[in-house]
Design a binder for this molecule. Sequence first.
Ligand code: PRP
Length: 211
Amino acid sequence: MKQFLTIAMPKGRIFEEAVELLRKAGLQLPPEFDDSRKLILEVQDENLRFILAKPMDVATYVEQGVADIGIAGKDVMMEEERDVYELLDLRISKCYLAVAGLPQTKMSDVAPKVASKYPNVASSYFREQGEQVEIIKLNGSIELAPMIGLAERIVDIVSTGQTLRENGLVEYAKIAEVTSRLIANPVSYQVKEERITEIVDRLAEVISVME
Ligand code: PRP
């Protein structure tokens, strides 16, 4: 009998790509995975349980040990330092973190405001640049901030660039490339090493022929 394993999956735009990758790696997935709104799904024959979490929360479930492994964006891992192992770069959901704003605008000399869903990433980036900024934390639609005068710059994810373009914003700097990662709870990794390593190996094989 295989060891029981719980996998935290990110809901939303990463989900489909992540499911496709797991499927290619030969994991048996719940039949209702694609169109269910259930938050916990099981494949009993395989002793597998999936929990569907907000992408920002996946690492929390894994760190707390209620999920053994999970799929989390590098952006989230950069924002919140978590006590988890990063096992594999899954090379899906490619995008990057960037600084953007209205075109041809300089940042004010005194306390320019920067809006972001990633306050820690944003503040360490500007600190490294030697610029003092005030960070305003938002939870989404970050591009609104410069358009409506809430902030001079934003730090956000750029994927296709469509949101920036359609809202008349430009990119000022690239901060970091982002892809999804397979993460593990350190204790689970020790206790369930065989099962986790098998999944890592299968995924690594799929990834190696992906590009
Ligand atoms: C993300 C990100 C940008 C957009 C970038 O937002 O925050 O707004 O996607 O994608 P693009 O370059 O392909 O346009 P998301 O749609 O996840 O929603 P949010 O605004 O609620 O964060």
